[in-house]
Each structure stands twice: as C-alpha cells, then as structure tokens.
Write a new protein. Structure first.
Length: 633
C-alpha cells in the first residue's frame, strides 16, 4: 500500500510539473518519472514561443561525466544553438549514471522516449521534425537508439560519437548498431580531426552505414579535438535532414582499396562508390592510378540515390615504392560534370616492390619517416594499438617500434596489427636468419584495485610468405610470460602511462629465427603480427635479416659486427667486449670522425659523412679490428 501511494503521489507531482512547465520559456530544469523514479531533464524553449506554432524538437544526449543541465547550457549559450537554430525546443535528459551511457542500466535508453513524451505533452511539437542529437557517449547512444527507432526521428546529429573502438563499430562486441536500418534515416556526423582515438571507430561506423545504403554524411574538422564544432559550420544539417540528396547528379568516392604490399608492377584496385545526388546514376567515368601512371574506367549499372556499389577497376602498371592510389570522378552519364566536388576523389596508400632486397639488411627505425622505405603496416583501425615508431624507447640508437593494448581503452581483443619487412631475396645467403631485439610485458589485475583476478597477455607471431602475402607460415609465436622480458607482469595499471613498459638494459632479449628453409626464395615477405588480448606493451629494435645475424651471434669470437652496410644515417656496432674507441677514415686514410664510444652496443651517426667508402677502426680490450663501410645517403 505504501509503495502504491508513493507511485500515485509521484504521478501527481509529475503532472503538476508538466502543467507548470507548459508556462516556461528559456532555460529551465525539471524532472520526469522514469523507471519509477524522478529523472532530471533540462529544457530550452524560445522566449518567443507561440503555442499556435509547431516547433522542431531536438533531443540532446550528453557525454560521459556531464549533466543534462551543463550540457543544455553549453549548447544554448557557449555554442550558440539557441540563437542559431530557430523554431526549436531542446530537451536534454539525464543519463542514469555519470560514468555510463544511456543504455545503462538495462532499459535506460527509454528515457529518450520519456523526454520526447514530456516535450510533446507540454509544448506544440511538429511530430515529423524530431531530431536526436548526441555528443561523445551520448552520440554513441543516439546512433544505436536512432537506428532502432528510426521512424520517430527526422534525422540523427552525431557530434564525435564515442563508439568504443573499431571492434564495436563493426558489431564485434555486445554493444551493436542496427546498420540495416541506416537507409531509413539521415545521419549527420561530425568529428574533430585531432581527436585521433575516435577516427578509426567513426570511419568504420560510417563505412558500415554506407554499405547499408545509409543516407549518411561525415565531416572531419581540422584542429578540433573531442568537441562539438561551431554551429555555423554544421547548420546545413537542417537542410540535410530535409533532403540529404545533392541538387543534381553526384557521385561519392567513398573508399579506394588495393592490396597493401605488391610484388608485381601490375596492380588491381577497387573502390566503394555511391550515389549522393537526386537522380539515378547509370554510368560514371573514373580516373585512377598513382602519380603519372593513370588509367580510366567507365562503370555502368544503376544506382538510386544513396545506393552504393563496389567497383573492381582494371589493373594498371604502378611505379615502385611507397605509392598513393587516387580514384576520382571524371564525368557522369557520359557527358555530365559532377559539380559537387568535395566528394569526387579519395586516396589510400600501398607499396610496390618487384625485386627482393638482397640480404643482409638491418632496420633500427631511426629515420623519422614511418614506416621505413618498403616496410608496410597493416592496421586493425584503433590508432593507439597499431605499430608505430617510438623515439622514447630503444635497445640501441634513438628509436624502436612499439604496439600496445590495454583494458583501460577499447575492447579490441582478437584484433591484429601487423608490420611487414620489405620483399627479400635470400638466394645469395648460405645461412640466413632473422634476428631482432625485443622488450615486452603483459598486464595483471587483482584485488583490491580490481574486483577480479585476471591476466591480459598479448601474442607476437612472426610469419613468412613466399607468394607475396597471399599465404603465411608461422615461424615464431610467443605470448604472455613466455614472451615477457620482465620478471613480473605489470600489476594493476590504472593509467595509460603505468601500462607501458620502460625497459632497462636487462629488459631486452635477442630473438633469432632460422630462415634456412627459405634461402631458395628471391621474393620473401616476413611479417610481425601482434594480437590483442587486451594486455601488453611491446618494443622491437634492430631487425636484422641475413648472414650478419650469425656474425652478431658469433661475435663472442672477439670480432665486432657492423650493420647496416651500406648505411644511410646510422652504423651500429655490436661487440662482445666494450668498445674503447672508434676512428673513421676515408679511402685516402684521412681521419674524418672519432665518435664517442663506450659499451658493447654503439650507434654512430653518419649523416655528416658524404656518400662514399670509409674504414671503421674499432678498438676493444681484446684488440683492434678494421671494417669497410659504404655510406650512401
């Protein structure tokens, strides 16, 4: 009886609140009853509100840690929405918890409909002009709710929707999006280009909607971080929701695609196209290629507005090296110019190397350009987890490469990030090996910091391909404690900085992989594959392939090893005994440099030496050795 009285009283108070609210204009806060409890809602009503006029309704969902009142104030006042979006009533419901989105707890998303009901019962709302807007985690919830309830809304305005990683964006986790409904509702997405952690997830989410013929628009804002852009730059969302089609023929080059690492000059690209105009398209002349190597192709078919197609383009002969493939619209319907040019071209990168590099080769990742020449990265999309250059950690020299995964960020378990060495020729090698320096540690969480006791341990796999990357064979695979170079895991990391490794000299291990089974191949690809289990920080330095690897291992005989040779910017010296001096002479015997030397692993900067042949005289307690090195900038 007591609970029934409480509920009845709450309903009476709610109705009283609604009757009072009907007389309010400007900004104000109130509550509605949701899940048998009061829930805060913040509202803005134009001061000139006239109940005889039907108003647009915008339902606005805030992000993590915010409140509906703060969010309403930011939108209306700081960002100027009240002054620039006319004839609109804004209702901002509160999420149940400040550290979760609107789908928590189960059924929590129902507050969106409750807020709509409140507005419609209180004010004169144009029921055909309801917009669902969200920022950050609110944008994520708005996307999910809007796709599930598309008939309620005229459009979705998503400002940096905080989709929690690429895995979530492609529906690889428990939090999913009904992309099959994307064709039913216009979706307008903004993203700050400096907010790099969400670039991959948002781009992946956008592509999923394109592939479902979604009426979707995405705009990146240079210089903007995790924020909502100025209202003047996004006011076209109103006309986009009225009619998302361009006023005439318009083709969008959504995404060019090509094999990332190619061993022949003839390459076959493809691309995703879509019709963003207001008439059906039946043909499009496309120009594509890299640099001066271009070709044309005429696509034919039928695309209604916002339908897409995946087009395989004829092969073209590409120049070698790291390249950029560009695909662009030339003409539509044989003779019609596509005058809406902002989406007429798009590009992606790839590599062509038709001849394998004769080993030995060595890569220490010293050059600031990444990846190094002829190396290729294969990213899973989450920028924080991908292989990249690390200029704060190294075994020798000034840099290494690293990859990273953690439970503190997105769920990317099972996602793989890879980096491949250049195409190699092992036919001149009598005893080829792969050798690299490794530092790694995994993560462990336990009470009292965590409510669970669990290990999160990533895996490194080294693979080889003899058919230009179509198939790979595993040569090396280690994970967790077997891969670790630290005696104990990283325990209870609660910040990103604590989850990274900072290896000392004793935290590096040299790994050696026998390649003798492949010394008959002149086109070989070696790839490092790092698989996420949500826990690991890894660095790799001094990747060496060829005979010199054995020379390094056999340096215990007393002879220092130098690599790479030929060199560009750096020569590394590895010695079984501490080096006491290094003297560099040109071919006439003139001393040109005497770099400081101490220790068993030394890096000598050769950028000030002109290209040519030099003699390196290396002294240790055991004697002096002289090696010839070619410097070729």
């Amino acid at each position: 009886m007591k609970n029934r009285i409480y509920i009845a009283l709450a309903m009476v108070l709610s109705l009283c609140s609604m009757r009072t609210a009907a007389q309010h204009t400007g900004s104000y806060d109130t509550t509605v009853t949701f899940m048998s409890a009061p829930r805060a809602v913040s509202i803005y009503v134009p001061p000139t509100y006239n109940p005889a006029t039907a108003y647009r309704l915008m339902v606005c969902l805030h992000g993590l840690g915010d409140t509906c009142s703060n969010y309403r104030t930011a939108l209306m006042t700081s960002l100027g929405w009240a002054a620039n979006i006319p004839n609109t009533i804004f209702v901002c419901p509160e999420a149940a918890f400040r550290n979760a989105d609107y789908y928590y707890p189960t059924g929590g998303e129902g507050i969106i409909q409750t807020a709509i009901d409140f507005a419609m019962e209180t004010y004169h709302i144009d029921t055909a002009n309801v917009v669902l807007q969200g920022f950050s985690l609110g944008g994520r919830a708005a996307l999910r709710y809007g796709l599930d309830n598309y008939s309620v809304f005229k459009g979705l305005l998503l400002n940096t929707p905080a989709v929690q990683g690429v895995k979530e964006a492609i529906n690889g986790g428990a939090y999913t999006f009904n992309y099959a409904n994307a064709s039913h509702i216009p979706v307008y997405i903004t993203h700050g280009a400096d907010d790099v952690i969400y670039t991959g997830p948002i781009d992946s989410m956008y592509l999923q909607m394109v592939l479902n013929d979604g009426k979707t628009y995405r705009k990146h804002f240079p210089g903007l971080a995790h924020a909502i852009p100025g209202i003047a730059s996004i006011l076209n969302f109103i006309s986009f929701f009225d009619d998302p089609r361009s006023a005439g023929p318009d083709m969008d080059i959504v995404q060019p695609m090509i094999k990332k690492q190619n061993c022949v000059a003839s390459v076959t690209p493809s691309c995703v196209i879509r019709n963003t105009g207001n008439v059906d398209l039946h043909s499009a002349k496309l120009t594509y290629g890299s640099g001066s190597a271009t070709a044309t192709f005429t696509w034919t078919g039928t695309l209604a507005p916002y339908q897409h197609a995946i087009v395989t383009l004829p092969p073209f002969v590409s120049p070698s090296g790291g390249r950029t493939l560009t695909v662009a619209v030339d003409t539509l319907e044989a003779t019609v110019a596509d005058t809406f040019t902002s989406n007429n071209a798009n590009a992606t990168t790839y590599s062509v190397q038709t001849t394998g590099l004769i080993v030995p080769i060595m890569e220490g990742f010293e050059a600031t350009t990444f990846p190094p020449a002829n190396w290729v990265t294969f990213g899973a999309g989450d920028v924080y987890a991908e292989w990249d250059r690390d200029d704060a950690v190294w075994k020798t020299g000034f840099a290494s490469i690293y990859a990273f995964n953690t439970i503190l960020l997105f769920d990317n378990a099972g996602r793989v990030n890879e980096i491949a060495a250049p195409l190699l020729d092992l036919t001149a090698s009598t005893n080829p090996h792969l050798n690299f320096d490794l530092a790694f540690n995994y993560h462990h969480y336990a009470p009292p910091v965590a409510t669970f006791d669990s290990t999160f341990a990533d895996t490194l796999t080294v693979m080889v391909s003899t058919d230009c990357g179509d198939n790979f064979t595993t040569l090396y695979k280690k994970g967790g404690s077997e891969l670790a170079t630290f005696p104990d895991p990283i325990l209870n990391a609660t910040t990103l900085s604590a989850a990274f490794i900072d290896p000392g000299a004793d935290n590096w291990r040299n790994e050696d992989v026998d390649l003798n089974a492949y010394k008959a191949f002149d086109k070989l690809i070696i790839k490092f594959s790092y698989k996420s289990s949500l826990g690991g920080s890894i660095n790799i330095d001094n990747v060496r392939i060829g005979e010199y690897v054995v020379s390094v291992n056999e340096a215990a005989t007393g002879k220092p090893a130098l690599f790479p040779n030929p060199a560009t910017d750096i020569v590394r010296i590895t010695s079984p005994e501490a080096v006491t001096s290094v003297i560099i002479s040109d071919i006439t015997g003139r001393i040109v440099a005497q770099p400081a030397a101490s220790g068993k692993d030394i890096s000598v900067n050769t950028t000030d030496l002109v290209s040519g042949i030099y003699m390196f005289r290396i002294s240790t307690a055991g004697g002096t050795n002289t090696e010839k090195v070619t410097v070729n900038h």
